[in-house]
Design a protein around this ligand. Sequence first.
Ligand code: CU
Length: 147
Amino acid sequence: MRRNLTIAAAAMALALGCAGTAFAATTVTVKLEDSTVDPSIKGMPMVVDRTSVPAGEVDFDVTNLSKALVHEMLIFPAPPAGQALPYDDAAQKVKEAEGHKLEETDDMAPGLHKTVKITLEPGDYLLICNQPGHYKMGMWSKFTVTK
Ligand SMILES: [Cu+2]
């Protein structure tokens, strides 16, 4: 009896493993932080648990850890080498349409968690927060998708 259960469990694990290899998305954990999370935090870090994933479906698990500020995460193709994302100095924001924004969480209240699912081709990307001023305060990360 016990042996049969073990075999069944092994078969199930094998089945799940195969499905996982073929279809599973890669999960990327993103934490949006500022000095309200911890006074020792300088600027506004976007903390990403991995900055490179294989091409295909990617689930960005985004949490706004701030105690006070709205943050968000937007995905842009990286601009060509030597160029910056188009920026609106008056609004202190990246121009989302001109920068060819691919996806976003929308505004996230303090403490909120959201998952953004997107299929990405190989290439270089930028993850940014586009609340006014946050991009220039360092709330962004490079991100690479490999073949
Ligand atoms: Cu922000």
